[in-house]
Design a protein around this ligand. Structure first.
Ligand SMILES: Cc1cc2nc3c(=O)[nH]c(=O)nc-3n(C[C@H](O)[C@H](O)[C@H](O)COP(=O)(O)OP(=O)(O)OC[C@H]3O[C@@H](n4cnc5c(N)ncnc54)[C@H](O)[C@@H]3O)c2cc1C
Ligand code: FES
Length: 597
């Protein structure tokens, strides 16, 4: 047994707090689950004798999903025998062997409502600090063969917690756990976990949590987002927040003006048919249009970013005509001034963040639309921020909004503009606002861009990936780089082995007879059948790209914008999502439904 670390210099009495009963390790392996392969290290088995604990892992241990569960802040996961006793009774199970909750240390003592973030413990030769509660994830549900476990661990205040390793050393089952320091603020694991995941959080408590230096950066940034959240309900600590939509579903808007911008892009101005001012959108948001391009009257849903100045009482969208494009072809060829279109309220979280930070507005082709709205907003407020308008076009004729962006930049004291022409003709580079060649990394590195800038990028997928990587290489924090995808967002399915990507399609089997569920970005509509269980399951059956983690209404990763329609929940989410959104992992359609997926 070890002696207390008297030399640590941390505050608080040195006391024996518990005993390490079982030391468990496991390396990632592939597990079959619902017809898919999950790469996971949630299977841990007890080991005898001393084991070195290092900065990132115990020897022989690993994590399948390093981004979700690994790293210095989450080197060792701890779960308590007190919670084992609770779950044995609550679940009526006698098969809960050590390690089944995915923990490395099964401990006597150290209850979630006693251990505080920042507390320090010596176990064997190693010293640890408490950094955060468990990461809510579906894999513990797989391990326990009970999909509700991720939600129950949170709702019943028994998440367990992570240690980071302050001093590496050997530990073994049977070691005493000696408390050698107390975290400031005295906030317990159970309190901190509830503060992020459960409703009824107080700003005062969130501010207290932010005063604990040992709290892991991920949780710190979630609490920072909660403090900065202004409106819209939902949990800004878990997903980006936007204000609630200005109206439910679709409403008719009249086409007030149509202006060509380039040979392939035209702007369409939309107004209230009765002349009322339309609600202001946030710069960067988009509209969903329900178009009926052919004689059958079958609707197609298409999103278009607002490209005009926010707050003018009208909306402007700018549409590129795609060859054979159903929606853009209809808007270009058939829509006339005075026509009415069915339009969903402005939505989206790709919006200009207020504050003094420099702003990089980077776009290619028709991707200029959302960042142009941001440039308008900066001009309207007479911003003194450092601003770069960086745009890629093939030729001067292809450059949309050339005169408009030039005039806006000229009116802003801290703004500069560079347009890269990938196919210039001699004489096309008319002044120092133009250069020949593609807008790419080498151009950015020559510009001495401010490292603390917020960057907003919109254009083809490849362009956004290259520009994002170039900005990170220049030292800009990835969290400050925001992108808008003019299509379905990429799937985020933690630990699921990659399979060939199929375009969205109708689900296998007999068509459903329930409400019509439309996945707007994926251009797919299908009828609900209760056998799918949840909207997430239905989307997956259609290969519609989705994002999720817990699958039980806790983590909010699956939060999706509802363009029109209503849902019901089974099970109820632990904390409701933002107004105008749905947690698709535990929701079913209440009526015909349009989702921004
Ligand atoms: C958030 C968001 C914001 C957006 N903002 C804008 C914007 O500001 N401006 C804008 O222009 N777009 C924008 N889009 C894209 C827009 O929603 C549409 O996807 C786009 O207009 C193409 O739709 P479509 O109906 O014309 O093409 P679709 O009919 O959906 O066709 C898609 C592609 O397939 C090709 N295709 C279709 N049929 C055939 C065929 N028979 N043979 C060969 N090829 C074919 C088309 O050329 C096209 O490239 C945005 C999308 C999102 C998600
Ligand atoms: S996946 Fe976690 S709330 Fe839906």
């Amino acid at each position: 047994m070890s002696s207390p670390a008297a030399t640590l210099g941390t505050a608080g009495a040195v006391t024996t707090a518990g005993v390490l009963r079982s030391l468990n390790v496991g390396l990632p392996r592939d597990v079959a689950w619902h017809g898919r392969t999950v790469h996971t290290a949630v299977w841990k088995r007890p080991v005898d004798g001393p084991r070195p604990v290092r900065r990132l892992n115990i020897d022989g241990d690993g994590q399948g999903d390093l981004a979700g569960h690994g790293g210095e802040q989450r080197a060792v996961f701890v779960y308590q025998l007190g919670s084992y006793r609770y779950w044995r009774a609550a679940l009526g199970r006698d098969d809960l062997e050590p390690g089944i909750f995915g923990e490395n240390f099964t401990v006597e003592g150290l209850a979630d409502d006693e251990v505080c973030i920042g507390d320090r413990y010596q176990i064997g030769d190693a010293v640890f600090e408490v950094t955060q509660p468990r990461v809510t994830c579906y894999r513990v549900g797989i391990r326990l063969d009970d999909p509700q476990m991720p939600a129950r661990l949170v709702a019943e205040h028994r998440p367990g917690f992570y240690f980071r390793v302050l001093a590496e050393g050997a530990v073994q089952a049977g070691d005493d756990i000696v408390k050698v320091g107390s975290g400031p603020e005295g906030m317990t694991i159970a309190e901190i976990d509830a503060l992020l995941y459960l409703p009824g959080r107080s700003r005062h408590q969130v501010a207290r949590a932010l005063r604990i230096p040992a709290l892991s950066p991920g949780w710190r940034s979630s609490f920072q987002q909660i403090l900065e959240q202004k409106s819209g309900g939902g949990n800004a600590g878990l997903v980006a927040a936007a204000p609630p939509p200005a109206w439910p579903g679709f409403r008719p808007l009249a086409v007030a003006r149509i202006e060509p911008e380039t040979p392939t892009i035209s702007s369409i101005y939309l107004a209230d048919p009765g002349g009322a001012a339309l609600p202001a959108a946030l710069p960067g948001q988009f509209l969903t249009l329900r178009l009926r391009p052919d004689a059958t009257g079958q609707p197609v849903l298409r999103n278009y970013s607002l490209s005009g100045a926010p707050g003018t009482g009208q909306y402007r969208i700018s549409v590129k005509r795609e060859p054979h494009g159903a929606g853009s072809g209809f808007l270009h060829a058939r829509v006339r001034v005075g026509d009415e279109l069915e339009v969903g309220a402005p939505r989206g979280t790709f919006t200009l963040r207020p504050g003094p930070a420099p702003v990089l507005l980077i776009s290619a082709g028709v991707g200029a639309t959302p960042v142009l709205a941001m440039l308008h907003a900066l001009a309207a407020e007479g911003s003194s921020r450092t601003i770069w308008w960086l745009h890629g076009a093939r030729t001067p004729a292809d450059e949309a909004f050339a005169a408009e962006s030039r005039a806006l930049v000229a009116g802003l004291p801290g703004a500069r503009r560079l347009v890269c022409l990938s196919q210039p003709a001699p004489g096309d580079n008319v002044d120092d606002q133009y250069s020949g060649g593609r807008l790419a990394g080498p151009v950015l590195s020559a510009l001495d861009l401010p490292r603390h800038a917020e960057a907003y990028i919109c254009g083809p997928d490849r362009f956004m990936a290259d520009i994002s990587a170039a900005l990170v290489a220049l030292g800009i924090d990835a969290g400050r780089i925001h992108t808008e995808i003019f299509g379905a967002s990429p799937a985020q399915t933690p630990g699921i082995a990659a399979t060939p990507v199929r375009p969205p399609h109708q689900p296998a089997g007999e068509p459903g007879t329930g409400p019509l569920v439309s996945f707007a970005r994926s251009a797919l509509a299908t009828r609900w059948d209760p056998s799918h269980g949840s909207l997430l399951d239905l989307a997956e059956a259609c290969d519609v790209p989705v994002r999720w983690s817990c699958r039980t209404g806790v983590c909010h990763n699956c939060q999706t914008t509802v363009v029109a329609g209503t849902v019901r929940y089974s099970p109820e989410p632990v904390d409701p999502p933002a107004d105008g959104t749905v947690l698709i992992c535990c929701a079913q359609p209440g009526e015909d439904l349009t989702l921004d997926l």
